[in-house]
Design a protein around this ligand. Structure first.
Ligand SMILES: *Cc1c(COP(=O)(O)O)cnc(C)c1O
Length: 412
């Protein structure tokens, strides 16, 4: 079916034909699935018949979500996970083993930074950090044991906008996949497949779910990398058996099934409900963010505003070309001091002080004392986080109410 984005967001995934089929996605809240005969269950285990056996391995509600999200990315196939971090961790594990290496952009989300710094090192996987805009440095960082390049489409919280086509060209030249975290852009802002990304990893609990109801993640093969040429051992073996689906098979059968970070059916349901309104929400998120970013330049507590949708943002040309001029909905603010930052947060009555982003509700946080609390000064600097930084995740409320709250204008 060749549907448009919004139609896929509502109709892709799950069963829609037949008599008496539920119009909302059923929540199949069952750990296991039974079969009438031993042969029937043997056939499913042997892969001769498709079927569900156990919800750590697969579940109909989760499959429906995977199909819907893959349709939105125009990808080949995907695997859902219990969180965005689980999706990232499993993706790395599918491509790297002890002794392997990856190149990542400096200024990644704090959770990813901690995974790469603390967990991957224990697994014997090394990381070289490179400024996302310095394309020659990416080439120089690639070694014979490099298995992937990792970047965020718009980085959180530094708000660098990656030039995905350029990085894809470098990845292709060196025969490694480019893995992109598009949590801040979502498939709505732009097509990573058209930009040349090979794999997408996504935190589903943010804009995709939309209401901050659930945690979840997904990894999607965008269908343009030739996995038969992949240097990763697990993928090489899987490609021989599963052809073009080699990487997804390696991820699913070689990692996800055994490590067990499966998404629960009820969370898959909430996220699918969220995806149905992704376009409408993202349009409003971006609109509100632009209004706030412009207005906050004049706020007495603000030294500077960073937002990729502002004309003066250094990567604005890319935002215009690939994201329709929409800069997402995260705005970072430099204040004069930590105490100014704290007292501003304390003064807010509508905007919540919370560590999530991509919620329908506007959230503000002081990253240095929270998300980056454990990070070394060096890592904080890499992420562009200082004691005076505030991160605003702009929601979809009435924008004048947000302005009134931020400027402490309230009727007495
Ligand atoms: C939140 C986030 C993640 C991690 O997702 P979880 O579901 O919280 O594990 C990964 N990348 C980015 C950019 C995020 O904002």
């Amino acid at each position: 079916m060749n549907w448009g984005f919004d139609t896929n967001a509502i109709h892709a995934g799950g069963q829609s034909q037949g008599d008496g089929v539920p119009t909302a996605i059923p929540i199949v809240q069952s750990a296991s699935f039974s079969y009438d005969t031993a042969t029937a269950l043997e056939d499913v285990f042997a892969g001769r018949q498709r079927g569900y056996v156990y919800s750590r391995i697969s579940n109909p509600t989760v499959t429906a979500l995977e199909e819907r999200f893959v349709a939105l990315e125009n990808g080949r196939a995907g695997v859902a996970f219990s969180s965005g971090m689980a999706a990232i961790s499993a993706t790395i594990e599918s491509l790297c083993e002890a002794g392997d290496h990856l190149v990542a952009s400096a200024g990644l989300f704090g959770g990813t930074l901690a995974l790469f710094d603390e967990v991957l090192s224990r697994r014997g996987i090394s990381v070289t950090w490179v400024d996302v805009t310095r394309h020659d440095d990416w080439k120089q960082a690639i070694q014979t044991n490099t298995r992937l390049l990792f970047v965020e489409a718009i980085s959180n919280p530094r708000l660098d906008v990656a030039d995905i086509p350029q990085l894809s060209a470098i990845a292709t030249q060196y025969g490694v996949p480019l893995v992109v975290d598009n949590t801040l852009t979502t498939p709505y802002l732009g097509s990573l497949r058209e930009m040349g990304a090979h794999v997408v990893v996504h935190c589903l609990g943010k804009y995709s779910s939309g209401s901050g109801s659930s945690v979840g993640g997904i990894a999607v093969d965008l269908g343009i990398f030739d996995w038969s040429t992949c240097q990763s051992k697990l993928v090489q073996v899987a490609s021989k058996r599963f052809g073009a689906f080699g990487w997804v098979a390696a991820l699913k059968k070689g990692v996800a099934t055994h490590t067990g970070a499966c998404l629960s059916p009820i969370n898959a349901y909430f996220i699918m409900m969220g995806l149905e309104s992704l376009s409408l929400r993202m349009a409003r998120h971006c609109e509100n963010a632009l209004v706030l970013a412009k207005a906050l330049a004049d706020h007495p507590l603000v030294e500077s505003v960073t937002y990729p949708g502002l004309p003066q943002h250094p990567h604005r040309a890319f935002v215009d070309q690939w994201y329709g001029g929409r800069g997402g909905a995260i705005v970072t603010l430099a204040t004069r001091s930590k105490s100014d930052a704290f007292s501003w947060i304390d003064s807010l009555r509508l905007i919540r002080n919370a560590s999530n982003l991509g919620d329908a509700k506007t959230l503000m946080i002081h990253p240095a004392s929270t998300i980056y609390r454990e990070a070394s000064p060096d890592r904080r600097a890499m992420a562009g986080v200082t004691d005076t930084t505030l991160r605003l995740s702009v929601g979809i409320e009435t924008v004048s109410d947000l302005l009134d709250d931020l400027f402490n204008r309230r009727a007495s």
